[in-house]
Design a protein. Sequence first.
Length: 194
Amino acid sequence: ADKPEIRGVTQREGETGPGAIPRIKLVLLGDSGVGKSCLVLRYVRGQFDPSSKVTVGAAFMSHSVHLQDGTTVKFEIWDTAGQERYASLAPLYYRGASAACVVYDITNAESFQKAKHWVSELQKNASGAIVIILVGNKSDLTEQREVTTESGQEYAERNSMLFMETSAKTAANVAAIFEAVALKLAGSGAPAQL
Ligand code: GDP
């Protein structure tokens, strides 16, 4: 009950001026219950907490990553904070985002359909240069799988998105989401938000 909560930015120094760490605003999209909060918690704190809603409780969290080429970037990861219950998200949510992670649950076919809805929502609202990664979460629940890897992959390819299956529970591929996004942004020459 006395777990410290993460609220907003954890580190402010060095954000502007020469030598500032490039920031990447990444927005999370997807149906409620697919594991968005758990993925962030796993990535930022290395934990899996099934009652993540209570512990996360933040609009966004930041996390620095060292890339293979030696550079460091800082992700600002925005969670919907329940806004996914509505058909559209507030424009502020997308503003300045250079990446989006659209999450579904591989054990829930309906959440995959909802992911497609969020992709079209993104295409309407986000700037053209945004890097999108489609993520099929809960890959540890193989017995309950309803969405094949191939259908996720195929949909991602058709829409020029990155694709990954993850498990916030086992940590499989979780860091890989952010590495893939950072590499894609670096490769595309798109400037991170400064
Ligand atoms: P959100 O509404 O998208 O933020 O979803 P949450 O992060 O709150 O996750 C919803 C529930 O799904 C949690 O209570 C977890 O128990 C479960 N969950 C999330 N990720 C995983 C996963 O990778 N594997 C399994 N088995 N359960 C998960």
